[in-house]
Design a protein around this ligand. Structure first.
Ligand SMILES: Cc1cc2nc3c(=O)[nH]c(=O)nc-3n(C[C@H](O)[C@H](O)[C@H](O)COP(=O)(O)OP(=O)(O)OC[C@H]3O[C@@H](n4cnc5c(N)ncnc54)[C@H](O)[C@@H]3O)c2cc1C
Length: 414
Protein backbone atom coordinates (compact mmCIF):
# COMPACT_ATOMS: atom_id res chain seq x y z
CA UNK A 1 0.00 0.00 0.00
CA UNK A 2 1.44 3.33 -1.04
CA UNK A 3 1.68 5.63 2.00
CA UNK A 4 -0.34 8.83 1.93
CA UNK A 5 1.73 11.81 3.07
CA UNK A 6 2.40 15.47 2.26
CA UNK A 7 5.51 14.27 0.44
CA UNK A 8 3.45 11.83 -1.70
CA UNK A 9 0.96 14.59 -2.59
CA UNK A 10 3.82 16.89 -3.64
CA UNK A 11 5.47 14.13 -5.70
CA UNK A 12 2.19 13.27 -7.44
CA UNK A 13 1.49 16.94 -8.11
CA UNK A 14 4.71 17.07 -10.10
CA UNK A 15 3.83 13.99 -12.16
CA UNK A 16 0.18 14.73 -12.99
CA UNK A 17 -1.29 12.56 -10.24
CA UNK A 18 -0.87 9.43 -12.35
CA UNK A 19 0.83 7.33 -9.67
CA UNK A 20 -2.03 6.86 -7.18
CA UNK A 21 -3.23 3.28 -6.69
CA UNK A 22 -6.84 2.17 -6.15
CA UNK A 23 -7.60 2.62 -2.45
CA UNK A 24 -8.85 -0.98 -2.26
CA UNK A 25 -8.73 -3.87 -4.74
CA UNK A 26 -11.85 -4.83 -6.68
CA UNK A 27 -12.11 -8.42 -5.43
CA UNK A 28 -14.11 -11.43 -6.60
CA UNK A 29 -15.05 -14.15 -4.09
CA UNK A 30 -12.78 -17.14 -3.45
CA UNK A 31 -14.31 -20.55 -2.70
CA UNK A 32 -13.49 -20.43 1.02
CA UNK A 33 -12.42 -17.98 3.75
CA UNK A 34 -11.47 -18.37 7.40
CA UNK A 35 -13.89 -15.57 8.23
CA UNK A 36 -16.75 -13.98 6.32
CA UNK A 37 -18.18 -10.70 7.54
CA UNK A 38 -21.55 -9.76 6.09
CA UNK A 39 -21.92 -5.97 5.79
CA UNK A 40 -19.26 -3.46 4.72
CA UNK A 41 -20.39 -0.68 7.00
CA UNK A 42 -18.00 0.78 9.56
CA UNK A 43 -18.55 -2.02 12.08
CA UNK A 44 -17.98 -4.84 9.57
CA UNK A 45 -14.86 -3.23 8.12
CA UNK A 46 -13.43 -2.34 11.53
CA UNK A 47 -13.99 -5.93 12.67
CA UNK A 48 -12.08 -7.23 9.65
CA UNK A 49 -9.29 -4.71 10.23
CA UNK A 50 -8.75 -5.66 13.88
CA UNK A 51 -9.00 -9.40 13.06
CA UNK A 52 -5.97 -8.84 10.85
CA UNK A 53 -4.14 -6.32 12.95
CA UNK A 54 -4.63 -7.87 16.39
CA UNK A 55 -4.97 -11.59 15.60
CA UNK A 56 -3.20 -12.09 12.27
CA UNK A 57 -6.39 -13.46 10.65
CA UNK A 58 -6.32 -12.13 7.10
CA UNK A 59 -8.08 -14.80 5.02
CA UNK A 60 -11.20 -12.68 5.40
CA UNK A 61 -13.97 -11.53 3.05
CA UNK A 62 -16.30 -8.62 3.74
CA UNK A 63 -19.48 -9.03 1.66
CA UNK A 64 -21.61 -5.99 0.85
CA UNK A 65 -24.87 -6.00 -1.06
CA UNK A 66 -24.49 -2.39 -2.20
CA UNK A 67 -21.43 -0.17 -1.97
CA UNK A 68 -19.24 0.02 1.10
CA UNK A 69 -20.35 2.62 3.62
CA UNK A 70 -23.68 2.98 1.78
CA UNK A 71 -25.71 1.91 4.81
CA UNK A 72 -25.98 3.89 8.03
CA UNK A 73 -22.23 4.49 8.10
CA UNK A 74 -22.57 6.94 5.21
CA UNK A 75 -25.89 8.37 6.41
CA UNK A 76 -25.29 9.42 9.98
CA UNK A 77 -24.65 12.81 11.53
CA UNK A 78 -21.15 11.75 12.68
CA UNK A 79 -21.37 12.60 16.38
CA UNK A 80 -18.74 10.96 18.56
CA UNK A 81 -19.06 10.92 22.34
CA UNK A 82 -18.72 8.47 25.22
CA UNK A 83 -20.80 10.09 27.99
CA UNK A 84 -23.04 7.06 28.58
CA UNK A 85 -24.36 6.08 31.99
CA UNK A 86 -23.72 2.36 32.46
CA UNK A 87 -20.21 0.96 33.00
CA UNK A 88 -20.10 -1.48 30.03
CA UNK A 89 -21.31 1.28 27.69
CA UNK A 90 -18.82 3.83 28.97
CA UNK A 91 -16.04 1.25 28.51
CA UNK A 92 -16.76 0.44 24.86
CA UNK A 93 -17.69 3.99 23.78
CA UNK A 94 -14.66 5.50 25.53
CA UNK A 95 -12.35 2.88 24.00
CA UNK A 96 -13.84 3.85 20.67
CA UNK A 97 -13.46 7.58 21.24
CA UNK A 98 -9.85 7.04 22.29
CA UNK A 99 -9.16 4.98 19.14
CA UNK A 100 -10.67 7.80 17.03
CA UNK A 101 -8.04 10.19 18.43
CA UNK A 102 -5.28 8.38 16.53
CA UNK A 103 -7.30 6.60 13.83
CA UNK A 104 -6.01 8.77 10.97
CA UNK A 105 -2.41 7.89 11.86
CA UNK A 106 -3.26 4.23 12.47
CA UNK A 107 -4.98 3.83 9.08
CA UNK A 108 -2.77 6.34 7.24
CA UNK A 109 -6.05 7.88 6.07
CA UNK A 110 -7.46 11.22 7.18
CA UNK A 111 -10.79 10.47 8.86
CA UNK A 112 -11.06 14.16 9.83
CA UNK A 113 -11.65 13.44 13.52
CA UNK A 114 -12.56 16.77 15.06
CA UNK A 115 -12.79 16.74 18.88
CA UNK A 116 -14.72 20.00 18.93
CA UNK A 117 -16.81 19.21 22.01
CA UNK A 118 -20.30 17.79 22.47
CA UNK A 119 -22.92 19.58 24.55
CA UNK A 120 -26.16 17.94 25.70
CA UNK A 121 -28.56 20.66 26.85
CA UNK A 122 -30.51 20.25 30.09
CA UNK A 123 -33.85 21.98 29.56
CA UNK A 124 -35.89 20.51 32.41
CA UNK A 125 -35.09 19.92 36.09
CA UNK A 126 -35.30 16.22 35.38
CA UNK A 127 -32.58 16.51 32.74
CA UNK A 128 -30.41 18.57 35.09
CA UNK A 129 -30.54 15.77 37.65
CA UNK A 130 -29.99 13.12 34.96
CA UNK A 131 -26.94 14.81 33.44
CA UNK A 132 -25.42 15.60 36.84
CA UNK A 133 -25.75 11.89 37.62
CA UNK A 134 -24.11 10.98 34.29
CA UNK A 135 -21.23 13.41 34.98
CA UNK A 136 -20.64 11.71 38.37
CA UNK A 137 -20.83 8.24 36.76
CA UNK A 138 -18.42 9.34 34.02
CA UNK A 139 -15.95 10.60 36.65
CA UNK A 140 -15.90 7.12 38.19
CA UNK A 141 -15.55 5.51 34.74
CA UNK A 142 -12.61 7.70 33.71
CA UNK A 143 -14.65 9.51 31.02
CA UNK A 144 -14.00 13.25 31.05
CA UNK A 145 -17.31 15.14 31.18
CA UNK A 146 -18.71 17.91 33.38
CA UNK A 147 -21.99 19.68 34.01
CA UNK A 148 -21.75 23.32 32.89
CA UNK A 149 -23.87 26.39 33.74
CA UNK A 150 -26.10 28.35 31.32
CA UNK A 151 -23.50 31.14 31.25
CA UNK A 152 -20.83 28.65 30.12
CA UNK A 153 -23.24 27.28 27.50
CA UNK A 154 -23.76 30.78 26.10
CA UNK A 155 -20.01 31.41 26.04
CA UNK A 156 -19.36 28.25 23.99
CA UNK A 157 -22.44 28.66 21.74
CA UNK A 158 -23.21 32.38 21.34
CA UNK A 159 -26.09 31.77 18.88
CA UNK A 160 -28.17 29.96 21.50
CA UNK A 161 -31.27 31.52 23.11
CA UNK A 162 -31.06 30.57 26.77
CA UNK A 163 -34.55 31.59 27.89
CA UNK A 164 -36.47 29.64 25.16
CA UNK A 165 -40.21 30.02 24.60
CA UNK A 166 -41.00 26.67 26.28
CA UNK A 167 -37.82 25.22 27.75
CA UNK A 168 -35.04 27.44 29.17
CA UNK A 169 -31.45 26.15 29.05
CA UNK A 170 -30.63 25.19 32.65
CA UNK A 171 -27.13 23.86 31.96
CA UNK A 172 -25.53 21.10 29.89
CA UNK A 173 -23.46 17.95 30.01
CA UNK A 174 -20.21 18.87 28.26
CA UNK A 175 -17.66 16.45 26.80
CA UNK A 176 -14.78 18.52 25.48
CA UNK A 177 -13.07 15.62 23.62
CA UNK A 178 -16.26 14.47 21.90
CA UNK A 179 -16.83 15.68 18.36
CA UNK A 180 -17.25 14.48 14.79
CA UNK A 181 -15.37 12.66 12.01
CA UNK A 182 -15.96 12.25 8.28
CA UNK A 183 -18.16 9.14 8.09
CA UNK A 184 -17.27 7.95 4.55
CA UNK A 185 -13.59 8.38 5.32
CA UNK A 186 -13.89 6.04 8.29
CA UNK A 187 -15.30 3.31 6.01
CA UNK A 188 -12.81 4.06 3.23
CA UNK A 189 -9.84 4.14 5.60
CA UNK A 190 -10.69 0.76 7.13
CA UNK A 191 -11.41 -0.71 3.68
CA UNK A 192 -8.06 0.43 2.33
CA UNK A 193 -6.19 -1.00 5.31
CA UNK A 194 -8.10 -4.33 5.06
CA UNK A 195 -7.38 -4.59 1.35
CA UNK A 196 -3.69 -3.91 2.01
CA UNK A 197 -3.66 -6.89 4.42
CA UNK A 198 -4.93 -9.10 1.57
CA UNK A 199 -8.58 -9.23 2.62
CA UNK A 200 -11.31 -9.23 -0.04
CA UNK A 201 -13.96 -6.53 0.13
CA UNK A 202 -16.65 -7.66 -2.28
CA UNK A 203 -19.29 -5.11 -3.20
CA UNK A 204 -22.56 -5.81 -5.06
CA UNK A 205 -22.57 -9.21 -3.34
CA UNK A 206 -25.78 -9.77 -1.40
CA UNK A 207 -25.99 -12.67 1.02
CA UNK A 208 -29.21 -14.52 0.20
CA UNK A 209 -28.88 -17.62 2.35
CA UNK A 210 -26.82 -19.15 5.16
CA UNK A 211 -25.66 -22.76 4.79
CA UNK A 212 -25.69 -24.94 7.89
CA UNK A 213 -24.66 -28.39 8.95
CA UNK A 214 -26.61 -28.91 12.20
CA UNK A 215 -25.71 -26.04 14.51
CA UNK A 216 -22.62 -25.02 12.50
CA UNK A 217 -22.51 -22.55 9.63
CA UNK A 218 -20.65 -23.90 6.60
CA UNK A 219 -20.96 -20.89 4.31
CA UNK A 220 -23.25 -18.40 2.62
CA UNK A 221 -25.19 -18.16 -0.63
CA UNK A 222 -24.71 -14.87 -2.41
CA UNK A 223 -25.59 -13.17 -5.66
CA UNK A 224 -22.02 -14.05 -6.71
CA UNK A 225 -22.35 -17.75 -5.79
CA UNK A 226 -21.80 -19.90 -2.70
CA UNK A 227 -18.83 -19.14 -0.44
CA UNK A 228 -17.62 -21.40 2.38
CA UNK A 229 -16.25 -20.16 5.70
CA UNK A 230 -15.06 -21.33 9.11
CA UNK A 231 -16.61 -18.40 10.98
CA UNK A 232 -19.38 -15.99 10.06
CA UNK A 233 -19.97 -12.47 11.43
CA UNK A 234 -23.31 -10.76 10.77
CA UNK A 235 -22.82 -6.98 10.89
CA UNK A 236 -25.75 -5.59 8.91
CA UNK A 237 -27.40 -3.04 11.25
CA UNK A 238 -31.04 -2.56 10.14
CA UNK A 239 -31.05 -5.86 8.26
CA UNK A 240 -29.88 -7.97 11.21
CA UNK A 241 -33.33 -9.50 11.67
CA UNK A 242 -33.37 -10.56 8.00
CA UNK A 243 -29.95 -12.26 8.23
CA UNK A 244 -30.82 -13.89 11.57
CA UNK A 245 -33.94 -15.34 9.95
CA UNK A 246 -31.74 -16.81 7.19
CA UNK A 247 -29.57 -18.39 9.90
CA UNK A 248 -32.62 -19.77 11.71
CA UNK A 249 -32.74 -17.73 14.93
CA UNK A 250 -34.49 -14.55 16.09
CA UNK A 251 -33.04 -11.31 17.42
CA UNK A 252 -34.70 -8.81 19.80
CA UNK A 253 -34.31 -6.04 17.20
CA UNK A 254 -36.74 -3.63 15.58
CA UNK A 255 -35.78 -1.79 12.40
CA UNK A 256 -36.93 1.79 11.84
CA UNK A 257 -35.85 4.69 9.66
CA UNK A 258 -33.94 7.47 11.41
CA UNK A 259 -33.81 10.81 9.60
CA UNK A 260 -31.44 13.74 9.19
CA UNK A 261 -31.10 16.85 7.04
CA UNK A 262 -28.60 19.56 6.14
CA UNK A 263 -29.07 23.25 5.49
CA UNK A 264 -27.48 25.34 2.79
CA UNK A 265 -23.82 26.13 3.65
CA UNK A 266 -23.19 29.28 5.67
CA UNK A 267 -20.20 30.96 7.34
CA UNK A 268 -18.98 29.38 10.61
CA UNK A 269 -21.51 29.99 13.39
CA UNK A 270 -21.04 27.08 15.80
CA UNK A 271 -17.87 25.13 16.52
CA UNK A 272 -19.19 22.30 18.68
CA UNK A 273 -22.03 19.75 18.60
CA UNK A 274 -25.24 20.67 20.44
CA UNK A 275 -27.93 18.14 21.31
CA UNK A 276 -31.31 19.26 22.66
CA UNK A 277 -33.03 16.10 23.81
CA UNK A 278 -36.13 17.64 25.39
CA UNK A 279 -37.26 19.41 22.21
CA UNK A 280 -35.61 16.62 20.18
CA UNK A 281 -33.06 17.85 17.72
CA UNK A 282 -29.30 18.19 17.47
CA UNK A 283 -26.92 20.07 15.28
CA UNK A 284 -23.32 20.65 14.23
CA UNK A 285 -21.71 22.54 11.37
CA UNK A 286 -19.88 20.64 8.66
CA UNK A 287 -16.54 21.78 7.27
CA UNK A 288 -18.43 22.89 4.15
CA UNK A 289 -20.62 25.15 6.31
CA UNK A 290 -23.87 23.17 6.19
CA UNK A 291 -25.79 22.84 9.44
CA UNK A 292 -26.07 19.07 9.96
CA UNK A 293 -29.35 18.45 11.77
CA UNK A 294 -30.49 15.18 13.26
CA UNK A 295 -34.15 14.33 13.49
CA UNK A 296 -36.22 11.56 14.96
CA UNK A 297 -36.95 7.95 14.16
CA UNK A 298 -40.15 6.83 12.45
CA UNK A 299 -42.76 5.60 14.90
CA UNK A 300 -43.33 2.34 13.02
CA UNK A 301 -41.04 -0.45 11.76
CA UNK A 302 -39.92 -0.08 8.17
CA UNK A 303 -37.02 -0.50 5.73
CA UNK A 304 -37.28 2.77 3.80
CA UNK A 305 -34.07 4.81 3.60
CA UNK A 306 -35.98 8.06 3.09
CA UNK A 307 -36.76 11.29 4.89
CA UNK A 308 -40.28 12.61 5.37
CA UNK A 309 -41.78 16.10 5.58
CA UNK A 310 -43.34 15.77 9.01
CA UNK A 311 -39.97 14.84 10.61
CA UNK A 312 -38.26 17.76 8.94
CA UNK A 313 -40.97 20.08 10.20
CA UNK A 314 -40.93 18.68 13.76
CA UNK A 315 -37.15 18.76 14.04
CA UNK A 316 -36.69 22.23 12.62
CA UNK A 317 -39.57 23.60 14.71
CA UNK A 318 -37.94 22.18 17.84
CA UNK A 319 -34.48 23.53 17.09
CA UNK A 320 -35.73 27.00 16.15
CA UNK A 321 -36.95 27.43 19.72
CA UNK A 322 -33.37 27.32 20.93
CA UNK A 323 -31.65 28.64 17.78
CA UNK A 324 -34.01 31.27 16.27
CA UNK A 325 -31.51 32.20 13.54
CA UNK A 326 -32.08 28.79 11.90
CA UNK A 327 -35.48 29.97 10.66
CA UNK A 328 -33.68 32.01 7.98
CA UNK A 329 -31.90 28.98 6.44
CA UNK A 330 -32.90 26.92 3.43
CA UNK A 331 -32.78 23.12 3.59
CA UNK A 332 -30.44 21.45 1.11
CA UNK A 333 -31.34 17.75 1.39
CA UNK A 334 -32.67 15.11 3.77
CA UNK A 335 -32.46 11.33 4.06
CA UNK A 336 -32.99 8.31 6.28
CA UNK A 337 -31.17 5.15 7.34
CA UNK A 338 -32.47 1.89 8.81
CA UNK A 339 -31.41 1.66 12.42
CA UNK A 340 -31.51 -1.50 14.53
CA UNK A 341 -33.11 -0.83 17.91
CA UNK A 342 -32.90 -3.10 20.96
CA UNK A 343 -35.23 -2.81 23.97
CA UNK A 344 -32.51 -1.50 26.30
CA UNK A 345 -30.97 0.69 23.56
CA UNK A 346 -27.61 -1.07 23.92
CA UNK A 347 -25.87 -3.07 21.20
CA UNK A 348 -25.59 -6.83 20.78
CA UNK A 349 -22.06 -8.23 20.29
CA UNK A 350 -22.56 -11.90 20.80
CA UNK A 351 -22.28 -15.55 20.01
CA UNK A 352 -25.50 -16.98 18.57
CA UNK A 353 -27.29 -20.34 18.80
CA UNK A 354 -25.02 -21.41 15.90
CA UNK A 355 -21.53 -22.38 17.11
CA UNK A 356 -19.43 -20.41 14.62
CA UNK A 357 -21.80 -17.54 13.86
CA UNK A 358 -21.48 -14.19 15.66
CA UNK A 359 -23.64 -11.10 15.55
CA UNK A 360 -22.81 -7.41 15.94
CA UNK A 361 -25.90 -5.18 15.80
CA UNK A 362 -28.34 -3.13 17.83
CA UNK A 363 -26.29 0.07 17.65
CA UNK A 364 -29.52 1.82 16.80
CA UNK A 365 -29.27 5.57 16.48
CA UNK A 366 -25.75 5.83 17.91
CA UNK A 367 -23.25 3.40 16.44
CA UNK A 368 -21.03 5.63 14.33
CA UNK A 369 -19.12 6.75 17.40
CA UNK A 370 -18.60 3.11 18.35
CA UNK A 371 -17.07 1.83 15.12
CA UNK A 372 -13.42 1.48 16.23
CA UNK A 373 -14.28 0.15 19.71
CA UNK A 374 -16.87 -2.27 18.37
CA UNK A 375 -14.49 -3.57 15.71
CA UNK A 376 -11.76 -3.96 18.33
CA UNK A 377 -13.99 -5.96 20.71
CA UNK A 378 -15.96 -7.96 18.13
CA UNK A 379 -12.76 -9.10 16.40
CA UNK A 380 -11.54 -10.42 19.76
CA UNK A 381 -14.88 -12.14 20.37
CA UNK A 382 -14.70 -13.81 16.95
CA UNK A 383 -11.05 -14.79 17.33
CA UNK A 384 -11.08 -15.98 20.96
CA UNK A 385 -14.74 -16.68 21.84
CA UNK A 386 -14.99 -13.90 24.43
CA UNK A 387 -13.77 -10.35 24.95
CA UNK A 388 -13.82 -8.11 28.06
CA UNK A 389 -15.21 -5.19 26.06
CA UNK A 390 -18.14 -7.14 24.61
CA UNK A 391 -19.01 -9.85 27.15
CA UNK A 392 -21.76 -7.75 28.80
CA UNK A 393 -23.43 -7.18 25.43
CA UNK A 394 -24.26 -10.83 24.76
CA UNK A 395 -27.71 -12.03 23.71
CA UNK A 396 -28.05 -13.85 27.06
CA UNK A 397 -28.82 -10.57 28.76
CA UNK A 398 -32.33 -10.53 27.29
CA UNK A 399 -33.02 -14.01 28.66
CA UNK A 400 -31.45 -13.24 32.03
CA UNK A 401 -32.99 -9.76 32.42
CA UNK A 402 -29.50 -8.26 32.69
CA UNK A 403 -30.30 -5.16 30.63
CA UNK A 404 -27.84 -2.35 30.01
CA UNK A 405 -30.38 0.42 30.10
CA UNK A 406 -29.27 3.36 27.99
CA UNK A 407 -32.77 4.35 26.94
CA UNK A 408 -32.34 7.85 28.33
CA UNK A 409 -28.96 8.35 26.64
CA UNK A 410 -30.40 6.87 23.48
CA UNK A 411 -33.57 8.98 23.34
CA UNK A 412 -31.36 11.06 21.05
CA UNK A 413 -28.30 8.87 21.15
CA UNK A 414 -26.38 10.05 18.18
C1 LIG B 1 -29.79 9.61 10.10
C2 LIG B 1 -28.84 8.91 11.02
C3 LIG B 1 -28.07 9.65 11.92
C4 LIG B 1 -27.18 9.01 12.77
N1 LIG B 1 -26.37 9.78 13.54
C5 LIG B 1 -25.42 9.18 14.30
C6 LIG B 1 -24.48 9.99 15.00
O1 LIG B 1 -24.48 11.22 14.92
N2 LIG B 1 -23.55 9.35 15.78
C7 LIG B 1 -23.53 7.99 15.91
O2 LIG B 1 -22.71 7.50 16.66
N3 LIG B 1 -24.37 7.21 15.20
C8 LIG B 1 -25.32 7.77 14.40
N4 LIG B 1 -26.17 6.99 13.67
C9 LIG B 1 -26.11 5.54 13.80
C10 LIG B 1 -24.97 4.95 12.97
O3 LIG B 1 -24.99 5.47 11.68
C11 LIG B 1 -25.07 3.42 12.93
O4 LIG B 1 -25.25 2.88 14.22
C12 LIG B 1 -23.81 2.80 12.34
O5 LIG B 1 -23.42 3.47 11.18
C13 LIG B 1 -24.04 1.35 12.04
O6 LIG B 1 -22.95 0.88 11.29
P1 LIG B 1 -22.95 -0.59 10.74
O7 LIG B 1 -21.64 -0.84 10.13
O8 LIG B 1 -23.41 -1.52 11.81
O9 LIG B 1 -24.15 -0.58 9.69
P2 LIG B 1 -24.24 -0.06 8.18
O10 LIG B 1 -23.33 1.07 7.92
O11 LIG B 1 -25.69 0.12 7.90
O12 LIG B 1 -23.67 -1.29 7.38
C14 LIG B 1 -24.38 -2.50 7.21
C15 LIG B 1 -24.18 -2.94 5.77
O13 LIG B 1 -24.73 -4.23 5.61
C16 LIG B 1 -25.16 -4.33 4.26
N5 LIG B 1 -26.09 -5.43 4.12
C17 LIG B 1 -27.35 -5.55 4.60
N6 LIG B 1 -27.88 -6.74 4.23
C18 LIG B 1 -26.94 -7.39 3.51
C19 LIG B 1 -26.90 -8.65 2.86
N7 LIG B 1 -27.95 -9.49 2.86
N8 LIG B 1 -25.75 -9.00 2.19
C20 LIG B 1 -24.67 -8.16 2.16
N9 LIG B 1 -24.67 -6.94 2.77
C21 LIG B 1 -25.79 -6.56 3.44
C22 LIG B 1 -25.82 -2.95 4.02
O14 LIG B 1 -25.91 -2.67 2.64
C23 LIG B 1 -24.87 -2.04 4.77
O15 LIG B 1 -23.91 -1.42 3.93
C24 LIG B 1 -27.09 7.59 12.79
C25 LIG B 1 -27.86 6.84 11.90
C26 LIG B 1 -28.72 7.49 11.01
C27 LIG B 1 -29.52 6.67 10.04
Amino acid sequence: MKRYSAFAVAREALTGHRGWERAWRRAQPKARYDVIIVGAGGHGLATAYYLGKRFGITNVAVLEKGWLGGGNTGRNTTIIRSNYLQDPSAAIYEKSRALYETLSQDLNYNVMFSPRGVMMLAQTEHEVRGYRRTAHANALQGVETRFITPAEVKKIVPIIRLEGPRYPVLGALWQARGGTARHDAVAWGYARACSAMGMDIIQQCEVTGIRRDGDRVTGVDTTKGAIACDKLGLVVAGHSGVLAQMAGFRLPIESVALQALVSEPIKPIMDCVVMANTVHGYMSQSDKGEMVIGGGADGYNNYTQRGSFHHVEETVRALIETFPMLSRLKMLRWWGGIVDMTGDRSPILSKTPLQNCFVNCGWGTGGFKAIPGSGWGFAELMAKGHAPLTDSFSLDRFREGRFIDESVAAGVAH
